[in-house]
Design a protein around this ligand. Structure first.
Ligand code: FAD
Ligand code: DHB
Length: 389
C-alpha cells in the first residue's frame, strides 16, 4: 500500500488536516487506535475561535456549525460575588462560537466518509519507520492482521499520549512542562444554561465555570484537588458545591438535573520542540497541552493544522519545502503565546493551594486591574478570540 500522507489520530487535528489536504487533491489515510463511537463520545472543548471556524468551513464541514453554533460577543468574570463583562466584540471586533468538540468531530467524520477517504479505526500497535529517509512507512495491526503503508510524510495528530512524539529520539526533542495541583471536574446536563454567556468564577472555595453546548444543554466545571475521583462526586454533591461558588442571581437561574457525563481532567502546560523530525510532523495535543482555562486546546490544534496543510499543499503544488521547513517555528510562535495566556488565566482564576499571602495579593491586584482597565480587558479579549496565524 502507498499514500501521500499518513495521519495518526482521528481527533479534531487529524480529521481537519485530512479534509484540508483532500480538498487539494492530496491522498491521506487516518489511523485511529480507538473505535469510532469512543472518539465521538469524548466530551471536551466547546469554544471555537473565528479562525478555527474558518478552517472547518474551508474543510467543507461548516454547515451545521453555521446553523447551530452560538455566537458569543463577550464573557463574564466573577470575583467577590460580582460579575464583570469582557466585551470581545466591542474591544476586538471579533466573537467566539460555542459548538462542542464532539460535534466538530462528527461533522468532519461525516464529510470524510462522504468523500470516501479512508480511516482505519481500532488500528493497534501503530509504528512509524524510516522517518529520516525519503520514503517512510507506517505499520499497524487490526483484526489480528498486520498492515504496512509507504508514504511521503507522516503527521502525528495522536494527542498527548500518542506514539508519534515518542518515536522522536529524546536527544532531538526539547520539552517544557508545568503540572498544576488541581483538576477540573466537568458535568454535562440537558438543561438550559444559567446565562446567555459563559461565567468564569474566582471563588474562595475554588474556580467554577458555567459553560454550555446549546440553548438546552449546559456544561459546568469545578476546580477540585487532583487526587479526587469523578466517581466520588454524586450529582447532588456537584450541584451543592457549584451552588456555593456562584452568585445568588446565577443560583436562582441554575437548573440542575441528572448528569449525562462527568469527568475529571488534570491541568497541565506542555510543549515539545521542534514539531518536526525528518518527515514526521506533530500537530495539536501531540506537541503541546494547555490548561483549559483559556479555551485554547482545540483552537491550537486547528491553527497548527492550518499552517501545516498550507505547507504540504505548497510542497505538492510547487515542489517547495519552504513551508514545511518553517512549520515548527511558525506554529510554536503562536503556541507559546497561547501557553502564556492559558497559564495567566489559570493563575488569575484558581485557588492555588500552595500560594503565599503575597501570591494571593497579586491575584487580587490582577483582577482589580482587569476590571478597571480597558487596556487589560482588550489584551484578554484579543487572546481569547484568538491571535492571528
Ligand atoms: P485528540 O483530540 O487527543 O486526538 C488524538 C487522537 O489520536 C485520539 O482519537 C486518540 O485515540 C488517537 N491516538 C492516540 N494514540 C494513538 C496511537 N498510538 N495510534 C493511533 N491513534 C492514536 N480543551 C479546551 O479548549 N476546553 C476543554 O474543556 C477541554 N477539555 C479537555 C478534557 C480532556 C479530558 C482532555 C484530554 C482534553 C481537553 N481539552 C479541552 C483539550 C482539547 O480537547 C484538545 O486540545 C483537543 O482534543 C486536541 O485535539 P487533537 O486532535 O490534537 O488530539
Ligand atoms: C469550555 C471549556 C473551557 O476550557 C473553557 O475555557 C470554556 C468552555 C467548555 O467545555 O465549554
Amino acid at each position: 500500500m502507498r499514500t501521500q500522507v499518513v495521519i495518526i489520530g482521528s481527533g479534531p487535528a487529524g480529521l481537519l488536516l485530512g479534509q484540508l489536504l483532500h480538498k487539494s487533491g492530496i491522498d491521506t489515510i487516518i489511523l485511529e487506535q480507538k473505535p469510532k463511537d469512543y472518539v465521538l463520545g469524548r466530551i471536551r472543548a466547546g469554544v471555537l475561535e473565528q479562525g478555527t471556524v474558518a478552517l472547518i468551513e474551508e474543510a467543507g464541514a461548516g454547515v451545521r456549525l453555521r446553523h447551530e453554533g452560538l455566537i458569543h460577543d463577550g464573557t463574564e468574570i466573577e470575583f467577590g460575588g460580582i460579575r464583570h463583562r469582557i466585551d470581545f466584540k466591542g474591544l476586538t471586533g471579533k466573537s467566539v462560537i460555542i459548538y462542542g468538540q464532539t460535534e466538530v468531530t462528527r461533522d468532519l467524520m461525516d464529510v470524510r466518509e462522504a468523500c470516501g477517504a479512508p480511516t482505519v479505526y481500532e488500528a493497534l500497535d501503530v509504528g512509524i519507520h524510516d522517518i529520516e529517509s525519503e520514503s517512510p512507512s507506517v505499520r499497524w495491526s487490526a483484526d489480528g492482521k498486520k498492515f504496512a503503508i509507504d508514504c511521503d510524510y507522516v503527521v502525528g495528530c495522536d494527542g498527548f499520549h500518542g506514539v508519534s512524539r515518542q518515536t522522536i529520539p529524546a536527544t532531538r526533542l526539547q520539552t517544557y512542562e508545568r503540572a498544576y495541583p488541581f483538576g477540573w471536574l466537568g458535568i454535562l446536563v440537558e438543561k438550559p444554561p444559567v446565562s446567555e454567556e459563559l461565567i468564569y468564577v474566582n471563588h474562595e472555595r475554588g474556580f467554577a465555570l458555567c459553560s454550555m453546548r446549546s440553548r438546552t444543554r449546559s456544561r459546568y466545571y469545578l476546580q477540585c484537588p487532583i487526587e479526587e475521583h469523578a466517581e466520588d462526586w454524586t450529582d447532588d454533591r456537584f450541584w451543592e458545591e457549584l451552588t456555593r461558588r456562584l452568585d445568588p442571581q446565577a443560583v436562582s437561574k441554575l437548573q440542575t438535573g441528572p448528569s449525562i457525563e462527568k469527568s475529571l481532567a488534570p491541568l497541565r502546560s506542555f510543549v515539545a520542540e521542534p514539531m518536526r523530525f525528518g518527515r514526521l510532523f506533530l500537530a495539536g495535543d501531540a506537541a503541546h497541552i494547555v490548561p483549559p482555562t483559556g479555551a485554547k486546546g482545540l483552537n491550537l490544534a486547528a491553527s497548527d493544522v492550518g499552517i501545516l496543510s498550507r505547507a504540504l499543499i505548497e510542497r505538492y503544488k510547487t515542489n517547495s519545502d519552504a513551508g514545511l521547513d518553517s512549520y515548527s517555528q511558525r506554529a510554536l510562535a503562536r503556541i507559546w503565546k497561547a501557553e502564556r495566556f492559558s497559564w495567566q488565566m489559570t493563575q488569575l482564576l484558581h485557588l492555588v493551594p500552595d500560594a503565599s499571602g503575597f501570591d494571593r495579593k497579586l491575584q487580587v491586584a490582577g483582577l482589580e486591574y482587569l476590571f478597571k482597565s480597558t487596556a487589560a480587558q482588550t489584551a484578554l479579549a484579543e487572546n481569547y478570540v484568538g491571535l492571528p496565524y
